[in-house]
Design a protein. Structure first.
Length: 60
């Protein structure tokens, strides 16, 4: 489970909000249970693509 003792966003949190902005999904700080599954999938799918791309680039 994530450590929520700090108010600083983690690297993943930063990426989540960056990606949401890229794909045009309005993501709020805190609760986002009102977004559609399609929008959540856009965010998650794009994050996975970016993580795999970073992995490929770092491992030649």
């Amino acid at each position: 489970m994530a450590n929520n003792n700090s108010n600083r966003p983690s690297g993943f949190e930063n990426m989540k909000y960056e990606v949401a902005k890229e794909v045009g999904v309005n993501l709020n700080q805190g609760y986002n249970g009102d977004i559609s599954a399609r929008d959540a999938g856009k965010i998650g799918g794009t994050i996975v693509k970016k993580v795999f791309a970073q992995y490929r680039n770092s491992n030649g």
